[in-house]
Design a protein around this ligand. Structure first.
Ligand code: M6R
Length: 606
């Protein structure tokens, strides 16, 4: 959480920092701030609120002008969102921005207070600034190394020292950080889109590496002050794909990018009509012999895992356990060397997912990461890796990343089922071919979004609603419900339709909205019975079903129809109207769709 940037070069530093932060606001937006060397002095401008608030504040107090500095956009952990808790934080001669959490900050703070140091904020970050100051004796790298040895937790830091007016310093442990290299200019950033306007060349900073950046040279050292030669990477995301491209919100743009994202993700992995996953380093023999599979992830990525469970168990007959990463890591899971643990993550930096993966590895299991962000921590540490190719996902609410996560789960399930002899070659080809048809079918759904707007308008004043479904429809209803509550702030719950009558149906009263996902033909009669049960108690039902469903007039109040495809692939299509209903509900309620309150895109704290 939190986004950090830094710049040193020939441009106006404040402009570069603000531009970079605008690409990182998805990481948190409780406060924003920059520190710039202006006439040899570090000048700080910071405020509670968003970047727009910082812009306004700088109109009042004046924007600092200079050529070196650091910036921050915050997702609050220690200390409420306020001006004083906003980053940057300073000691006497040091100013820093921080992404992460310092776990032992209390102990360090007591020590520093004992040394006569006075603290202004309630943050863990200020402790780092003061600690750097405490150790600083004219040699910045030495102060950083000494401070590093004191800190426990996760962090990426951008640092400026008062005595070095054309240099910025950076270090990371756990939290991500890249070092951008331009012509006579250098950058640091939590994520690649923050530097794309200026350069596509960057280094991935590894844990415990210290970057020293000046306009003409970038040096990276280890903790023993030994210079490290690193491979310069080139970003393959362009500015265009990281911008809104004419859509009102990133979320809508990303919903529309789903057909392309699916094609880009699956096409290179289909050879002669069959899934081919050799690139990830998994052999057929290994694949056949896993005892059981765990899928571990958070939020939407975990919901993609639930779709995967249904599909793998149905086709390949291998038991799959889906776990929330924050539960998995502390519940002493019974994982052995004969198991496969699949970690799904868009960002590849989610702290709980990363820790869960490390735990699985320590228990001897093979780990397979399905990740979108290249070079992210989960991608780098997994035994095997499949990248999804969704491109940058900026909206906090995940849509296209979910879509490609489930697309990869399908490929994996088809491959596994075939490898185990549970389906023959023809069936494997048939399913793969159907998967390839999904982008075009999604295009047709996206051609006309008026009905989803209409449904969103019907529930926009509701206090609470239920999503119900059976089998894969239940898996999908979980995602529909999360999407809606996350951005519309309407309370919603997803429920297995057959389980309603064991308690939850008592929530239904006159007018309660219910969204019933009813695409599974083998279960349709049962789901329709459950719809009738809630309708009989006053529920206002929206049904999401297949085009071939026929007359729906006496079953649901609203009916969203999606094209027909094999039951098993229906989630790929049916999720789209659920995303759109959530999107329009959020728009109609006047919410900040791309940056819902209290959330951040990348959750790098546990
Ligand atoms: O980056 P990750 O995929 O690991 O993130 C996991 C969740 O935080 C994420 O899917 C979250 O639930 C989304 N905001 C939901 O839209």
């Amino acid at each position: 959480m939190c986004g950090i940037v830094g710049y040193v070069g020939h441009r106006d530093c404040a402009d570069v920092l603000m531009n970079g932060l605008s690409k990182l606001e998805y990481r948190g937006y409780d406060s924003a701030g920059i520190a710039v060397f202006e006439n040899g002095e570090i000048t700080v401008a910071k405020t509670k609120g968003r970047l727009a608030d910082l812009e306004n504040k700088m109109k009042e107090i004046g924007k600092p002008h200079g050529h070196a500095g650091i910036g921050h956009t915050r997702w609050a952990t220690h200390g409420e969102p306020s001006d004083v808790n906003s980053h940057p934080h300073s000691g006497e001669r040091v100013t820093i921005v921080h992404n992460g959490i310092i776990e032992n900050y209390k102990k360090l703070k007591e020590f520093l207070i004992g040394q006569g140091r006075v603290f202004k904020s309630a943050t863990d970050t200020e402790v780092v600034a003061q600690m750097l100051d405490y150790y600083y004796d004219g040699n910045p790298v030495e102060a950083i190394v000494k401070t590093m040895h004191e800190l426990e937790g996760s962090f990426a830091l951008g640092i400026v020292f008062q005595d070095f007016t054309d240099t910025i310093f950076a270090i990371r442990k756990e939290s991500p950080l890249i070092v951008g290299v331009g012509e006579n200019e250098s950058f640091i950033a939590s994520d690649v889109p923050a530097i794309l306007k200026y350069t596509r060349n960057y280094y991935l900073l590894e844990p415990n590496e210290i970057a020293v950046l000046s306009p003409y040279c970038t040096k990276i050292y280890d903790l023993h002050y030994k210079k490290i030669d690193k491979e310069l990477k080139t970003a393959d995301w362009d500015m265009e794909s990281a911008e809104k491209g004419g859509y009102e919100h990133y979320m809508l743009k990303e919903i529309h990018e789903q057909p392309t994202a699916i094609k880009t993700t699956i096409t290179p992995r289909i050879v002669n009509g069959l899934p081919s996953l050799e690139e990830c380093g998994i052999t057929l023999d290994e694949m056949k012999n896993f005892n059981q599979i765990f899928v571990v992830a958070c939020g939407t990525a975990m919901h993609a895992g639930i779709v995967g469970k249904y599909v793998i168990e149905k086709l390949a007959k291998v038991p799959v356990i889906v776990d929330i990463a924050s539960e998995f890591r502390y519940r002493d899971p019974i994982v052995t060397k004969d198991d496969l643990v699949i970690i799904i993550s868009q960002s590849g930096e989610t702290a709980d997912s990363l820790a869960a993966m490390r735990l699985a590895k320590s228990l001897g299991a093979k780990t397979l990461a399905i990740v979108n962000v290249k070079g992210s921590s989960i991608a780098r540490e997994a035994d095997m890796l499949i990248y999804t190719h969704a491109g940058p996902e900026i909206a906090v609410a995940s849509t296209k990343a979910y879509m490609v996560q489930i697309a990869v789960m399908y490929l994996f399930a088809f491959k596994l089922a075939y490898a185990k002899g549970m389906i023959d070659k023809e069936e494997c080809k048939r399913l793969t071919e159907l998967l390839q048809q999904t982008p075009n079918l999604i295009e047709t759904i996206l051609e006309d979004k008026t009905y989803e707007q209409y449904v969103a308008a019907s529930l926009v004043t509701a206090d609470s609603l239920l999503y119900i479904g059976r089998g894969l429809d239940y898996a999908l209803s979980m995602e529909g419900s999360l999407k809606l509550k996350e951005i519309s702030y309407i309370h919603s719950e997803s429920y297995a339709a057959g389980e309603l009558k064991h308690g939850t149906i008592s929530l239904i009263s006159e007018g309660t909205p219910v969204i019933a996902v009813a695409t599974q033909s083998k279960l349709i009669e049962k789901t329709v019975s459950n719809i009738k049960e809630v309708k009989a108690r006053g529920a206002k039902v929206t049904m999401v079903c297949r085009e071939s469903f026929g007359d729906d007039s006496d079953i649901a109040d609203y009916c969203i129809k999606v094209p027909d495809i094999d039951d098993i692939l229906m989630p790929m299509l049916a999720v789209v109207p659920l995303q759109l209903v959530a999107y329009y509900a959020s728009v109609l309620r006047g919410n900040d769709v791309d940056k819902p309150r209290n959330l951040a895109k990348s959750v790098t704290v546990e």
